[in-house]
Design a protein around this ligand. Sequence first.
Ligand SMILES: Cc1ncc(COP(=O)(O)O)c(C=O)c1O
Length: 440
Amino acid sequence: MPNPKKSVSRKNASFGVTIREAERYLANTYKRPKLVFTHGKGCTLYDQRGRAYLDFLGGIAVNALGYAHPRLVRTLRREAGRLTHVSNLFHNPYQGPLARKLAKWSGMDRVFFANSGAEAVEAALKLARAYAHSKHDAGKTKILALENSFHGRTFGAVSITWPEKYRKPFEPLVPGAEFVRFNDVADLEAKFDESVCAVIMEPIQGEGGIRTVSEGFWNRARELASQHDAALIADEIQCGLGRTGRAFAYQKFASQPDIVLVAKPLAGGLPLGAMMAKEKFASAFSPGMHGSTFGGGPLVCAVALEFLRVVEENGLFANARDRGAELRAGLEQLSGKFDFVTEIRGEGLMQGMQLTMDGQAFVDEALRRGLLINCTQQSTLRFVPPFIIMSSQVKDFLTRMEAVLAKTPRTQPKKAAVHAVRSASRAGDTQGKRSLVAAR
Ligand SMILES: Cc1ncc(COP(=O)(O)O)c(C=O)c1O
């Protein structure tokens, strides 16, 4: 008879080897706890010891249908036996229907498929420049982005990403980028001239600490982009496809962007990004100007199409709104109990909790208590659970989060954390000012 205890310890030993090999052979780009996740179901992940974790990180806003969703698994199994890849020199059965659905959701006209968020950003920057070159004199190349932005790690995307730590080590970057203070209309007006070919923004900044673009700022960006024949680009890679309770975060504004970017949740955890554009801009691409070997393959597109159908058919916009409201109310209550919590920000299932101190110790304590969250901008705890999250799980999360806030050893406010709050305040973010006062 096999000894079950022995097989468990053998398994643990082999995961020990997995971790040692990762530490020895992987490029040094991530700092990870000594934990291997082996499987998941719904909103729960399991580690190598079989321990369960309630997931309020969702693969950083990717796993919108949680883990092993039956409809995605069925689609994957079916398509894996048919066609995983076919060259973009030919049609595949799912690209057209997926593009049609994305166009319908967004109000855009044409779609380009890529493999990641950063690649969708690259496609948008290239399209905006190509359009400007086709219609204007050579100097129309400037790209405006916002302070605190995050658009990805490729050269183009990192050139329009604000924090210096992402840009500085890789200089010289793609020329032509300029940053505008967050929600500062006067600064936007001062920097917007005839040389601008695009202005790009996340309607809700994710890595930047869950900060929402104001209606006034959006409207002025729209006006200036139209006036100067530049593209207004909405990076909805983190906030889009239902997380706010709407298909896109920008849909609360009266006006539309010219280009929309999505990725993270689009194919339920498989790598897929998309750039959608209005015909006026999209027509600047002609065959051969841009492309991708893998982008929009049949397997990922079939899964993405199924993902969008599940969101529509299972009422997940409403779930994001309703569970988001419960989450928000609970977080507000917690903020009243702990003086180092200065603000709750966000919309729907994209919420941030601003602390007056470094957040990593809270993330570690949450992990010890079987809760997955993370921290952005050093002092903002980020909560981006799957769209299928249930009321009982939001309740469970809030109970555990209260214990995390109560039990985590307090550190002194870090200079960097206070600095982040101060720069938000300088950017005209009035809620940030509240945080600054509290941080003092
Ligand atoms: C708003 C936004 N844009 C772009 C990206 C880059 O996406 P990817 O990591 O898939 O390249 C991210 C990733 O976090 C993001 O949050």
